[in-house]
Design a protein around this ligand. Structure first.
Ligand code: EPZ
Length: 477
């Protein structure tokens, strides 16, 4: 049964039963994982900043809500409120000059104030932790909840905490709340990340921009989203060298807390790069379900690892400067060859495409081993694929073996009450959710994808975009 709860929407999908009929153009939005970090970086500026090509996903709304609770003012340009249809141009303005940096203790209220990150909102989105760097650098203090384990793994924050301590901050943990203070501002430091971390790299890089002296970060992540944010900060006066390599050097502005002259000046707008994970998701979907699909406004060079594997598997892909076309895709999926995957930091195979790639591999011929090296809990969706008939062996929490091909069917029909009741499937996280949508579209039968709000965290209006390509998918509130 689908619940009629707008906060928990479902997708109702009628599968294509293995036919490859999707056709058209999928326009790729800006990368949410870059835009989220640029939103956090807005705290480093002395004036309103403008971010362009921002995807309107639920995670972006959550980050906006957190910033608003911290006192910032956020507006979507082109948005029409009231009766008229809402028009969004994917342009956001963030004004952090309204943030005062007062704490609950100082104001004597129980309310969240300008350096206390809202615990409830933060619990819903791990990326909120990247705000701690800019807040600490600007106001000399920040409090935030210790993030719990999440659906894809433990996700510790030791790299952040150790980094702040090395920058001279004092850290306490009381009743599940971290309180960090550096009343005299942060100092530059030398750090080596024991684990390559996207968020750790970005957060300490941003904090170091306002610090006193030089910071050298080693064993950094090299994801394009980090370079996107770094280049914007550099264009606005930050002294950052090496973003996109494993060593990043930052010469801080030497700021004392309260000295707003040493904040960054927004001389350039931030332009979000295309979302490589969204592009990769549509490419994998297109390989299985489309006759002819153009994935436009993407950056194929950010997807080299994925495109190589698909090419070797037999998928015909035409790569253009800002687009990828899957054309003349008339071969049956079982004629594609299997391949092994080992997820890796960029430029390796992205963990965020692991689940959609497993759905792809269930449909092709042969055996594939998939090793998840980044997160220890990213195979929860496997049981949903199994209900459709997938042949997957879980070797250990980080490794599965897929034997394909399997024609997916609405196999649980009888178990869910018989008749024509659609089979229930679940989105476990953003990317696993996409993988399950892909699987349902491939299958024969009707399916309800529960927890579609998790898919909304990372894909803007997915059902509308799939419908435009010819998919039979509805959002049910
Ligand atoms: C980012 O998460 C992305 N999120 C994730 O995207 C992505 O899966 C991940 O990078 C890996 O590419 C955003 O950018 C908002 P990490 P992040 O720190 O930064 C360990 C999606 O679907 N670690 O690079 O949180 C950690 O446990 C998502 O869009 C520590 O040990 O990931 C993991 O094993 C979900 N200590 C590894 O590093 C720390 O202090 C890499 O995680 C921090 C991390």
């Amino acid at each position: 049964m689908t619940t009629k709860n707008p906060t928990n929407p479902t997708f109702l999908i009628k599968g294509l039963a293995g036919r490859k009929t999707l056709k058209g153009v999928a326009h790729i939005n800006g990368a949410k994982n870059a835009a989220l970090k640029a939103m956090a970086a807005a705290v480093l500026f002395n004036k309103k900043v403008r971010l362009e090509n921002v995807p309107h996903t639920a995670d972006i709304d959550t980050m906006a809500a957190i910033l608003e609770k911290l006192g910032a003012k956020i507006s979507w340009i082109g948005e029409q409120n009231g009766e008229a249809e809402v028009v969004r141009d994917h342009i956001m303005e963030i004004d952090t000059t309204t943030m005062t940096g007062t704490t609950a203790a100082e104001t004597g209220t129980e309310k969240n104030t300008h350096t206390d990150i809202d615990p409830t909102l933060a619990a819903g989105m791990r990326a909120s932790v990247v705000l701690t760097g800019p807040l600490l650098a600007r106001f000399g203090k920040v409090s935030f909840p210790a993030p719990g384990g999440c659906v894809i793994g433990a996700r510790p924050i030791d790299l952040f905490i150790e980094g702040y301590k090395k920058m001279g901050a004092k850290v306490t943990l009381e009743d599940g709340l971290y309180k960090i203070s550096a009343p005299n501002g942060l100092s530059g430091m030398d750090d080596f990340f024991h684990t390559i971390s996207v968020g750790g790299t970005e957060t300490l890089m941003m904090a170091a921009v306002l610090a006193k002296g030089k910071t050298i970060l080693s064993n950094c992540a090299k994801e394009p989203e980090i370079v996107n944010v770094a280049e914007w900060l550099i264009s606005c006066g930050a002294k950052i060298k090496g973003a996109g390599t494993s060593t990043i050097e930052i010469i801080g502005n030497g700021r004392n807390i309260g000295d707003d002259k040493k904040l960054l000046e927004p001389t350039k707008h931030f332009v979000t790069i295309p979302d490589r994970i969204e592009a990769g998701s549509f490419i994998l979907l297109g390989a299985l379900c489309a006759k002819d699909l153009v994935i436009e406004n993407c950056e194929p060079k950010h997807l080299t690892a994925v495109l190589h594997l698909l090419n070797d598997s037999g998928v015909l892909i035409d790569t253009k400067p800002n687009a990828v076309q899957i054309k003349g895709n008339s071969r049956v999926n079982s004629s594609f060859k299997s391949f092994d995957i080992r997820t890796k930091e960029y430029p390796g195979f992205p963990t965020d495409l692991q689940a959609p790639a497993v759905t792809f591999l269930t449909q092709v011929t042969g055996e594939s081993n998939i090793l998840e090296t980044i997160f220890e809990g990213r195979f929860k969706y496997v049981e949903d694929l199994e209900t459709l008939g997938a042949n997957i062996t879980v070797l250990n929490p980080r490794e599965v073996r897929v034997k394909g091909p399997t024609a997916f069917v609405q196999s649980v029909e009888k178990e869910v009450g018989g008749g024509d009741a659609p089979a229930d499937l679940y989105a476990h996280d953003i990317r696993a959710g996409f993988a399950i949508v892909m699987a349902a579209l491939t299958a024969k039968g009707q399916f309800v994808i529960h927890n579609a709000h998790l898919i909304d965290r990372g894909y803007e209006k997915l059902e509308e975009r799939l419908k435009a390509l010819g998919a039979n998918i509805e959002r049910v509130l």
